[in-house]
Design a protein around this ligand. Structure first.
Ligand SMILES: N[C@@H](CCC(=O)N[C@@H](CS)C(=O)NCC(=O)O)C(=O)O
Length: 242
């Protein structure tokens, strides 16, 4: 077993929701091991670990973070925990609660982006829900995505600082927004490009986060997994509405 401080358990070949956790770990310069990516049987190792005999918290779905005896699930909870330990969220409760709300809104956006290709069931193939996916994707690109991005644009306008959504400094929610924007740009190259001009503050934040030294190094490294049609953000040209 590695003696890295944190152990992340996530699907081995997609950025997925694991990426939101990785970005906090990478930006913090924390020592972590991506457990399943090192395992010989990869995805099988994740299932085996999930079903394994352990005491304590029973996680429903990955990503899962182990830190000593602590086992945490739910991306927003994991990110908040890491951010609070590594200076990526202010210490006062009011700001932490604000960050929670914003992070959970990011999670809502991500779930809706996922549902564009799996509107009926995550347990069925995309190919078996294509007509519904087209309707869902059109509604997402024309109504839901602009509503979410417009909300975060207004949050940035009100924060009015040199940092991100909380104002003065970059926090973990900004890292999650960065990855979500990357995912949307990948999944909907035309639909996203056609609308991104409406969200200048968000686009500036995306660029600013990518330039953070540790993240820039991570993004250029092999540790960063590419988006693909197995993941959360998928590029299907038939779902890319302008
Ligand atoms: N709300 C959870 C969702 C977790 C989730 O849906 N994980 C996916 C991978 S990104 C999964 O493997 N889900 C299995 C399932 O829902 O059965 C979070 O934000 O962490």
């Amino acid at each position: 077993m590695s003696d890295a401080e944190y152990r992340l358990h996530y699907w081995p070949s997609i950025p997925g929701r694991g990426e939101y956790v990785r970005l906090v770990l990478e930006d913090a310069g924390a020592e972590y091991v991506d457990v399943v990516r090192l395992a010989a049987d990869r995805g099988g190792a994740l299932m085996a670990w999930m079903k394994g005999d352990r005491t304590g918290m029973l996680p429903y779905a990955p990503p899962i973070l182990e830190h000593g005896e602590l086992v945490l699930a739910q991306t927003a909870v994991i990110c908040r925990y890491l951010a609070s330990r590594h200076g990526l969220v202010p210490a006062n409760e009011a700001n932490r609660l604000l960050a929670d709300q914003l992070q959970l809104t990011v999670a809502d956006l991500v779930a809706e982006a996922h549902d564009t290709h799996h509107p009926i069931s995550t347990g069925a193939y995309y190919e078996d829900q294509k007509p519904e996916a087209r309707k869902r994707a059109e509604a997402f690109l024309t109504q839901r995505m602009p509503k979410y991005l417009g909300f975060f644009e207004r949050v940035l306008e009100r924060a009015d600082g040199d940092g991100g959504v909380l104002g003065a400094a970059i926090c973990y929610v900004d890292l999650s927004l960065f990855h979500s924007l990357e995912g949307l740009a990948y999944a909907f190259p035309k639909g996203f490009a056609a609308r991104s001009g409406d969200f200048p503050r968000l686009m500036a934040l995306r660029a600013k986060v990518a330039e953070r030294p540790r993240l820039a190094a991570y993004l250029a490294s092999e540790r960063r997994l590419p988006f693909s049609e197995d993941g959360l953000f998928r590029r299907y040209p038939e779902l890319d509405f302008v």
